[in-house]
Design a protein around this ligand. Structure first.
Ligand SMILES: [Zn+2]
Ligand SMILES: [Zn+2]
Ligand SMILES: [Zn+2]
Ligand SMILES: [Zn+2]
Length: 200
C-alpha cells in the first residue's frame, strides 16, 4: 500500500494535484502540466524524470532496506564506496567526493550499463573526429579565402601604383613640353635681337 504523491510545484502554489512523474534531480513529484514545463524549461530540461509508479516501486524496495549499523533506511548512496548508506552513515563518508540520493543512483545505474557507456564513448569519439574534419575543412577554406584576399589587395595596390606612374608620366610630359615651348620662344627672341643689333 503506497500513499499518493502530490505534484510538488502545484503544492507549493497551494494546489493539490496528483503527481504523474517524479524528477530525481529535484526529488519532487510532477503533475502532467508541470512535467511539460519541467521538460521544456532550460534549467530543468536535462533532469531525469521517471514515472511515479516506477519511482514508488523503487522507493518501496529501497525503504525496506535498513542500515544494520544504525537501523535507519538507506536513503543515500556513496559512489566512492559504491554503497547504499543511511543518513547516520554520512559522517563516515565525509572525505568521499559526493553522496547522492539513493533513488537517483538506482535510476541512473539502471540506465548506465556498460553497453551505453561504450556507446557514449564511441559516439563521443565519432563526434570528435567529425568535428576535427569540419575544423580542418573550415581552416583550409579560411586559408584559401585569405590567399584570395591578399591577391585582391596586391592587385589593388598594383592598380594604384600604375595610375600614379601614369599621372607622373603625363605631368612630366606636359611640364616638359610647356618648358621647352618657353625655351624655344626665348631662344627665337634672342636670335631675333642678335640679328637686329647686327643690322644696326
Ligand atoms: Zn503540478
Ligand atoms: Zn527537476
Ligand atoms: Zn547507517
Ligand atoms: Zn564513501
Amino acid at each position: 500500500m503506497t500513499s499518493t504523491i502530490l505534484c510538488g510545484i502545484c503544492h507549493y502554489e497551494d494546489t493539490i494535484k496528483d503527481a504523474r512523474q517524479w524528477c530525481t534531480n529535484c526529488e519532487e513529484g510532477l503533475c502532467e502540466d508541470c512535467e511539460k514545463i519541467h521538460r521544456s524549461t532550460k534549467n530543468t530540461r536535462t533532469h531525469k524524470i521517471i514515472s511515479i509508479i516506477d519511482y514508488q516501486q523503487k522507493k518501496d524496495v529501497l525503504v525496506s532496506q535498513v542500515c544494520e549499523q544504525h537501523g535507519k533506511s538507506y536513503d543515500l548512496y556513496c559512489p566512492t564506496h559504491d554503497n547504499a548508506i543511511c543518513i547516520a552513515c554520512v559522517d563516515q563518508h565525509k572525505s568521499c567526493s559526493e553522496v547522492i540520493q539513493l533513488i537517483e543512483a538506482v535510476v541512473n545505474i539502471k540506465e548506465s550499463t556498460a553497453f551505453t557507456d561504450l556507446e557514449d564513448t564511441i559516439n563521443g569519439a565519432l563526434q570528435n573526429s567529425k568535428k576535427n574534419i569540419i575544423d580542418i575543412k573550415s581552416s583550409s577554406e579560411a586559408f584559401d579565402k585569405q590567399e584570395e584576399n591578399i591577391k585582391i589587395y596586391i592587385q589593388g595596390m598594383r592598380e594604384i601604383l600604375n595610375k600614379h606612374l601614369d599621372d607622373m608620366e603625363q605631368n612630366l610630359i606636359s611640364d616638359f613640353s610647356t618648358k621647352s615651348g618657353f625655351c624655344k620662344t626665348a631662344y627665337a627672341n634672342t636670335i631675333k635681337q642678335l640679328i637686329s643689333t647686327d643690322d644696326k
